[in-house]
Design a protein around this ligand. Sequence first.
Ligand code: SF4
Length: 351
Amino acid sequence: MKLITNIEALPRELRESIKPDEAAFIGQLTDKGLLPFAVTPFYASLAGTDIDDPIRKLCIPDPREALVTPFETADPLGAARYEACPRMVHQYRDRALLLTNGACAGYCRHCFRRNWLARPEGFITEKEIRPVLAYLTEHKEIREVLLSGGDLLAAADDQIFWLLSMLQECGRPLLVRIGSRVPVTAPGRITPELINILCRFRPLRLVIHLNHPRELALRVREALDMFVKAAIPVHTQTVLLKGINDNVETLAELFRESLNLGINPYYLLQGDLASGTAHLRVNLQKGIDLYKELKAHISGLAYPRYALDLPGGGGKIMLHAESILAKRESPRGIVYVLQDTQGCEYEYPVE
Ligand code: SF4
């Protein structure tokens, strides 16, 4: 898959819009061990040249990524607590997460798995899949496997086929959920051959990462239509991002348009506490207010769940008007207090 990894290869107008501090920062990303810069030519073609353009913000590194606030960590979801074996996380009883691929079709500047991707890990190997299969075989309570990464669909067809075939070795049908941004950032990667492979491994669902209505360009719509026509259910997850989609009009258009394409708005996600992403996180109270207001603008079919992965491995909770129990000062700053399903308290920064 062709990726642009240096400024010189960007489309001319976008290249000329890069500020000196952005250029300097991009040049230091690898040395600093930060999330690399990579964007597909297609996604770069969607970006505007204004520094506040939402697509530009999603793909062009911002020097503020170097700032790590006291609440931010390399493992914001606390996945290490639930690591069953290398590349597999088993946090929820009936489902497990498999980190399949160390690459994506471009890197999102808000990525919460940025530290893992910065290493980079490559595609899961035969040696790595064996303990995964042993664990799945033993843990019969697992009914669903979420294939994430990185991005599985950024791999080659034969790698995808191999992995999906291997998963069948655990001896019982597993629902396969593929989390992917490829249909949005590299729609040309969605080919009839790929669709044919995926169709052989039902039950299978695709959850695409979609953040802005401008991402629904014609080629993206055509790629998504290939899944819909093949009867592969498609859901969306959207990260609520400051200055990108944190207003009712943008979100309503995004979810309405998704529904019109035959795909289901599933999650609106509050930003995780990943290192260097504070400038993109929306204040939690603002997010809750926005979500409430959104309800009046779209049908129930287009209304996603607003969710937060509690910091440090507390698990996912749904957010609503009563989610914030208190606002208080902590040694690290002012925080909102939230609760998991067991009643344990968690702190989430106000800023
Ligand atoms: S596609 Fe997902 S894993 Fe890859 S950079 Fe974007 S958010 Fe991170």
